[in-house]
Design a protein around this ligand. Structure first.
Ligand SMILES: [Mn+2]
Length: 271
């Protein structure tokens, strides 16, 4: 079911409200001084100073190894929503998100802060129905941006896991940028709503991100009583697990971490 997300065909945009939807270029320009994505500038190459030349070529490091910035921007419009996402996987936790869903914004701040992802998100949607479409489409677009920023996934650690507490809640997240979208969702949230947020939308969000980032994702609840705590702990664990998985492994900077040599959809899904 998740894989069907990958066959999404964009529909023509519909004017959702009187609020103008700024093109993404306009949005990121406001952050030109701090957002590496906005300038499309590659990460600096290895320094040519004598200090660098004294380092043995047999000891690669993520610091002296040239690679382009791992940033991506995606804009996605349908008849239901309009979403723009810019993500920098090597960020510092800068977060500027306005989805129109306050609780989702709160969770995206957890993802950015604890995952050290820089996130810029703007969304508008058919909130007069409910938050379902916008919540899901933010997840879809974020997943697409993560996949684009990862590229062929060369050099990443690929797997990530974390167990995050929040008071009585204890949530485990294990993930793999396998190229094979799959979600096992084990949260048991005791209330239908947290504030105005429908707690069924948590699963929808994780399904959307994992499906489009081509990620295997397990979210397990070891303990928890309070709905807000359970959800927030899951996002903190998701953030730290993602940070672990996308970080570069200095022992294999030049190889794709797969015995079959590929972690993108075309090849990975065949096996
Ligand atoms: Mn909170």
């Amino acid at each position: 079911m998740v894989r069907s997300l990958l066959t999404f065909v964009p529909k023509p945009p519909l004017l959702l409200s009187n609020k103008p939807i700024l093109p993404l270029t306009a949005l990121v320009c406001r952050h030109r001084s701090t957002w590496r994505c906005a300038t499309n500038s590659p990460a600096p190459g290895p320094p040519s100073t004598p200090l660098a030349s004294t380092k043995s070529a047999s000891t690669p490091s993520v610091h002296n190894h040239y690679r382009p910035a791992r940033c991506a921007s995606i804009s996605r419009q349908t008849r239901e929503t309009s979403v723009s996402v810019t993500v920098d996987l090597d960020g510092t936790g800068q977060c500027d998100v306005q989805t129109g869903i306050p609780f989702l914004d709160h969770m995206l701040h957890q993802l950015s802060s604890h995952g050290l992802l820089d996130l810029h998100i703007r969304a508008d949607g058919d909130y007069w129905i409910d938050d379902h479409h916008t919540n899901e489409d933010v997840g879809i677009t974020l997943g697409m941006a993560i996949a684009k920023a990862l590229g062929d996934k060369k050099g990443i650690r690929r797997f990530g896991h974390f167990v995050a507490p929040l008071d009585e809640s204890l949530i485990e997240v294990v993930l793999d940028f396998s190229g094979r979208p799959h979600v096992e969702y084990g949260l048991q949230i005791p209330t239908e709503k947290v504030g105005k947020y429908d707690t069924q939308l948590v699963r929808e969000f994780y399904m959307a991100v994992a499906g489009n980032a081509q990620m295997t994702l397990h979210v397990n609840q070891r303990a928890g009583l309070n709905s807000h705590h359970i959800i927030e702990a899951s996002f903190k664990a998701f953030a730290r697990a993602m940070r672990m998985a996308v970080e570069l492994d200095p022992r294999r900077l030049d190889s794709i971490p797969s015995s079959k040599g590929a972690l993108t959809d075309d090849v990975a899904l065949q096996n």
